[in-house]
Write a protein that binds this ligand. Sequence first.
Ligand SMILES: [Zn+2]
Length: 614
Amino acid sequence: MKTAWRSSKIVTPTGIVDGVLLVDDDKIVAVTDGDEVPSGYTLRDVGLAAILPGFIDAHVHINEPGRTEWEGFETATKAAAKAGITMVADMPLNSMPVTTTLDAWEQKVAAAKDKLYVNVALYAGAVPGNVNQLSTLVDSGAVAAKCFMVHSGIDEFPNTSIADIRQALLELRAHQVPLLAHAELEIGQSYDKRNPRSYAAWVTSRPEQMEIAAIEALFDLCRETGAWVHIVHLATGAALPLIAAAKSQGLRITVETAPHYLYFAAEDIPDGATQFKCAPPIRSSQTREALWRGLIDGTIDMIASDHSPAPPAVKQLESGDFTNAWGGIGGLQFGPSATWTQMSQRGLGLPHLAHWWSTAPAKLIGMSALRGSLLVGKQADFVVFDPDATMTITEADIEHRHKVSPYVGEILRGKALTTVVGGQVVYDDENGCSQPKGRIVLNPKSGLAQFNALSPESQAIALTRCCGASNWVRQVQAALPIASRNQLFALADRVWADCSTDDYKEAFTHHPKIGDVSKLREKFAATASWSAGEQSGVNQANEEVLQALAQGNADYEAKFGYIFIVCATGKTASEMLALLQARLPNDPAKEIYIAAEEQRKITHIRLEKLLQGG
Ligand SMILES: [Zn+2]
């Protein structure tokens, strides 16, 4: 489908264009001045509304699986679509299990299936003792890892020590992905709980010095390891000189702040208003102004919502008890508009909004090659944004699972009219959200993402090396892209189970004959080291066994019409010979399915190698 999006304000990295954004299928193919629309394109004129690169919210707690009653993929991504957000990056907590192992990763990917209205990237969790999982998680598609330096709020995601963080940084450095740190460190602070409804007491209990102490420790580790550290939700202006100095020394540091720190101020937060509770806390208007200065001068790189909702009871809304309320703000749907509201008052323009909410977060999560700006060749992920529209937020507007948000009652400026992901409208102002067309987007450097990104021809070649049945290859390919190893294996099995015996026989012809040494060597050239590794047992066999295998295979082929297929990994030639002799008397109607099962196992081993870049 070809669409020409006409706007007087197309926000590109080189300036605002009054012209046309041309989209072919899922890609941007041109950004041109003027009104001219090439033939074959359907015109969508958005008039005075702006077109910006889709917002990317790099800090969201979706909480599924396990705490889906707190949020969930469907509600979170609907809220995102309504905000003009085309991709969110989901934190490794507070789902259950937390995303600190491959098994938990697979559970999360499976839970997201068919529920996403925008694209979702996933973070891994770095906790004490799981450093050996981090590479696996990044190889599986995690875009970065996240750690806490104080208690995270949930016991199953323990905070890391300095030594843990050092190990994690060394591991992540090799992958060129950042470690995201919740930067607050215990400094012997105390919490005066005599009035549990007091907002001031909550703020005093999490002083700025906690952030500064953590940031200093992180910078030391950054200097020592040369790894990339990203500070999430900075909430103090007092750390800005420190950050600016470290950046000027060339340390690899990025910093995000959150819209609630840029929008609200402690002076205006009433006692008992626990919908404002988060950590670090929302501080004074002085801090708010300092954070704006930090953004404008580039010390702070980006903005992300840190959406971390909880049910009203967990937020202690009735009692207003700050000492027991969940610390986390429901704000995913309002981040860009809250930011723009404040920006308008400060005379800041749309290019800054595009930078802080799209270009910079795309870079953080390694997605810059295809996302984060309106340039030719990028994914057509964008938002039609009316910068002049205002809206008074009511509970009825909220797509989050729970209608608890400090933004209720606020008048926000700037409204997403249409949200487009990969060229498809996922939200528009009149009709709301369409179908769940989003997907999990993996770290582009991961083996699976690289396989997904191959040309159809190369994918077919790679798959044929795993299993030579052309029908199987075609059907697997039709279901790509795939989001996880388990989903690829499940797909491979499902398609294989539906294949015909002719398909099975076609796959078998792609194997070297076990024991036919000369044929075997010939085939090695075609399948490179794969078959050599799998059939190492054959290489070590003595001549007598090889001859018996060759003879047995000839008998087998004469009887069944195809060669003997066995998953040779870990088997000696003698063991294979025993298997061959045991299967030789089989009824042909039964044997084909035994051989097909062996092929299925071989396919798995080869798919595994494929994902590892084999
Ligand atoms: Zn968070």
